[in-house]
Design a binder for this molecule. Structure first.
Ligand code: FE
Length: 425
């Protein structure tokens, strides 16, 4: 069974990563930052968790307002540091823990959280800034991560209470994972700061102290505050500290704080804290019931012949090929696909099997592989094959045979625009 050992809470200001990259260890202005992370590094080295569950928010780097979600769970196998304007920091790629992430995703949806899921998006300073001081990473990171991106920048944003409820469900999601794994929750953000407008530079040490006390001893009280309350008390951007409530609720009521620091060098109040979980052993019967509830939505689907639900596992496993085919919505990509397919295959790093299925237009093999139908119809549109041809081929029938099973024999259509309907000729 997976178990939560405890949690690390930390600010995620870019100044933390900057101090490291600029080698400010001996500069008296920056030295307190290094000192505050030393016990965190030591604690993580000693407790040696199998997974870090990192709650952070992206700063309009990898998640833009063309599609902005409240809770977006990372389900991928690796995460790169993001380029935020001047090139990415020289940090190794983070490993993900895809299997636990997929389990947590199913668990949270079973608990009625409408999650989004992401992979193949780099993580910005919200994650990497504190992580680079928390963990050694000369050649590789010691621990795989599961990132949870919280959309706190565009209102309506998730409330403090919603975050708290998510944390309760997250605990169930982790503890119901059948494999023996130890997990540390990492909450990032805050404390008091405001970085925009005439109020830029606002801080409130008194409120920060009160927040640090309440998050430990009376987190439920913090769920009653609105975003406006957090903005008034700590500055507008400090309302991201609602993310700490996810962490606190994922711990049991009984925690022991074994470390805390607070330092305000410039704009953002930098805090670190470690909470060890002293909670009771989980209720195995309740967890078994929860696992059964998680399995219910797709139970029985595996017995339907010729039917392949597109799951998180499929999404990650077949991502490379799905992505390649999805790119056919871009005119430049489809022009190159038609004129120089082999070069394009190589650029996208498709495997020999993947190239072979695409070359042969083996629709059924691609479905079995994990390609979703809705990129197959794009491929059909590009190469001049109608949807009906694809349906017939997936069934192993000739078009004439398949037509006989339809009420409109002879009907052909596809998602191609007028220029792509070459099968009409
Ligand atoms: Fe932030």
């Amino acid at each position: 069974m997976a178990r939560i050992l405890g949690a690390v809470a930390t600010s995620h200001s870019p100044t933390i990563g900057f101090a490291l990259d600029a080698r400010k260890q001996d500069d008296p202005v920056w030295a307190p930052i290094f000192a505050s992370y030393e016990p965190v590094r030591e604690w993580l080295g000693r407790t040696h968790p199998d997974v870090l569950f990192v709650i952070y928010n992206d700063h309009v780097t990898s998640f833009f307002f063309d599609h902005y979600s409240h809770f977006t769970l990372g389900i991928g196998e690796r995460y790169e540091p993001a380029d935020e304007g001047g090139g990415a920091r020289a940090l190794p790629t983070l490993r993900g823990h895809a299997a636990l992430a997929h389990h947590i995703g199913r668990s949270l949806v079973a608990d009625e959280f409408d999650l989004s899921f992401f992979q193949d998006r780099p993580l910005d300073h919200g994650c990497f800034s504190p992580l680079s001081l928390m963990c050694p990473h000369e050649t590789a990171w010691p621990t795989p991560v599961i990132p949870l991106q919280v959309g706190v920048l565009q209102f309506p944003a998730p409330s403090a209470l919603r975050c708290y409820k998510l944390g309760k469900a997250l605990r169930r999601g982790i503890e119901s994972y059948p494999e023996d794994l130890s997990v540390v929750i990492v909450a990032t953000g805050g404390l008091s700061h405001q970085v925009h407008g005439e109020r830029a530079g606002f801080n409130n040490r008194e409120w920060d102290m009160e927040f640090l006390d309440r998050i430990e001893n009376d987190p439920a009280a913090l769920t009653q505050l609105t975003h406006a309350d957090y903005a008034r008390l700590g500055g507008m951007e400090s309302s991201e500290v609602v993310m700490w409530l996810i962490m606190r609720a994922a711990l049991s009521d009984r925690v022991r704080k074994v470390h805390q620091t607070y330092y305000l060098p410039s704009m953002t109040a930098l805090a670190t804290a470690i909470y060890e979980d002293l909670g009771p052993e989980p209720d195995e019967r309740a967890l078994a019931e929860h696992r059964a509830r998680m399995a219910r939505p797709l139970a029985g689907a595996e017995q339907l012949p010729g039917t392949y639900p597109f799951t998180l596992e499929t999404s990650v496993r077949a991502y490379r090929l799905n992505r390649f085919l999805h790119q056919l919505v871009a005119p430049g990509h489809r022009r190159r696909f038609l004129s120089e397919p082999e070069t394009l295959f190589a650029e996208y790093g498709l495997t020999a099997d993947e190239c072979d299925m695409v070359r042969r237009r083996d629709w059924r093999a691609m479905i079995h592989y994990g390609v979703i139908f809705f990129v197959l119809e794009k491929l059909g549109a590009v190469v001049g094959v109608s949807n009906l041809h694809i349906y017939a081929a997936m069934r192993g029938e000739l078009l004439d045979e398949f037509w006989k099973t339809r009420n409109a024999p002879g009907a052909l259509y596809s998602v191609a625009g007028p220029a792509g309907r070459t099968w009409e000729k």
